[in-house]
Design a protein. Structure first.
Length: 63
């Protein structure tokens, strides 16, 4: 996207991060000044059978 355009809140990245973490994955970031950022999502081949994520006093079960 255009780096001079409107700024986001970062909420989308946080939500993605929580979902990826729930699946025992990770997000790698590579950033270069003036060039922007590249995100790489790494997920395990086998999905966990059940994983619970706790957020704001509520639980979400991913099955």
């Amino acid at each position: 996207s255009d780096s001079k355009g409107p700024k986001g809140t970062g909420l989308g990245l946080h939500m993605c991060s929580e979902m990826i973490r729930a699946y025992n994955g990770r997000i790698d970031l590579e950033s270069k000044p003036g060039m922007g950022a590249a995100f790489r999502v790494v997920l395990p081949k086998n999905r966990p059978e059940k994983h619970e994520v706790e957020a704001d006093n509520s639980q979400i079960a991913l099955i």
